[in-house]
Design a protein around this ligand. Structure first.
Ligand code: SIN
Length: 312
């Protein structure tokens, strides 16, 4: 049986539904080229700021068998670097997405305005949810502010514009955020960023495991899969049908990706597992997903996307 994993992210077609999350190993040209050569269905950059940033002091990333905690602080080469790579990234014959995380609305507007003039960028993922820049709250937790930001950024509409949200935990918050997003020409929503301001502790040393913010950082991996699935599901049910949901959180094998799609994801990003395993993970996870779909007689992701069943 031939199995087709093709999907769409907004107006952008992808040959497969699995690609890298903005975060691990997508900052340098070499890292982005590695993603290009891999089975990742798209190349998504590290969240970029107006100027180059070195980020927070190290150690700023830690992982154990359950997942990861990071407080990278948006180290990146500056958005112009990622814009300048757009043409050379076309050699990999897959979409090139730039993540943008301005330190202010004004910075976001400058970047989006410039990126709007650049060819060969297929979509922009506006990150409204980085928990790791000291003194900068996560925009996605401030509903009024999110509305102000969307009012402004949606004026730049040449590229598919999506937003990356923090995880929500209360049903009223899903509804409130969905009501805001539904007012704008947003093409996709990525659920979720890491769970912000978690704490991982080393019992032996009685110390935190990362240095910035006294050890508080964004938690990813297995720790967050149920939260990520809940966010994918809620936004799939609450957002307009033409807004694609991109799952991100705790996907490390084909079965995890299947769960995200069952909840309503059109594509699934790999973060912690890509950091752990490197770019070979995309081929492995794709194979595992195809095997699972074959067992279930599914030929395309539309055969099960969003079809999660309740217990009657
Ligand atoms: C970071 O660079 O601190 C992580 C980015 C993010 O969580 O949005």
């Amino acid at each position: 049986m031939s199995i087709n994993l093709s999907t769409t992210v907004g107006a952008v077609s992808l040959n497969s539904c699995i690609y890298n999350a903005s975060g691990p190993k997508c900052t340098t040209k070499e890292e982005l080229e590695n993603i290009g050569k891999s089975f990742s269905a798209a190349i998504l950059t590290k969240s970029s700021t107006l100027e180059l940033r070195t980020g927070n002091p190290s150690p700023r990333y830690f992982e154990n068998e359950l997942g990861s905690i990071n407080s990278m602080g948006l180290p990146n080469q500056g958005y112009q670097f990622y814009a300048d790579l757009a043409t050379s990234m076309q050699q990999y014959n897959k979409p090139y997405f730039i993540s943008v995380a301005g330190l202010s609305l004004e910075n976001n507007l400058v970047m989006l305005k410039h990126l709007n003039q650049v060819d060969n960028i297929d979509a922009i993922e506006l990150n409204l949810s980085c928990p790791n820049v000291p003194g900068k709250p996560q925009t996605g937790y401030d509903f009024e502010r999110t509305q102000q930001v969307l009012d402004q950024v949606c004026k730049f509409d040449r590229h598919s514009l999506g937003i990356k949200l923090p995880p929500y935990f209360d049903l009223i918050h899903f509804r409130q955020m969905a009501d805001i997003i539904n007012q704008y020409p947003i093409k996709f929503v990525t659920c979720v960023n890491s769970i912000g301001n978690g704490l991982v502790i080393d019992v032996n040393t009685e110390q935190v495991v990362i240095k910035p913010k006294n050890g508080f950082g964004g938690v990813g991996g297995d720790y967050i899969k149920p939260t990520a699935l809940a966010n994918v599901r809620q936004f799939y049910l609450l957002l307009r049908d033409d807004i694609d949901i991109i799952g991100s959180g705790g996907a490390k094998n084909g079965s995890d990706v299947f769960e995200h799609i069952l909840c309503g994801a059109s594509a699934v990003q790999i973060g912690t597992q890509y950091m752990r395993e490197g770019a070979n993970c995309f081929e492995r996870i794709e194979k595992e997903l195809k095997n699972l779909m074959a067992q279930k007689n599914y030929q395309s992701i539309d055969d099960f996307k969003g079809k999660l069943q309740s217990i009657s």
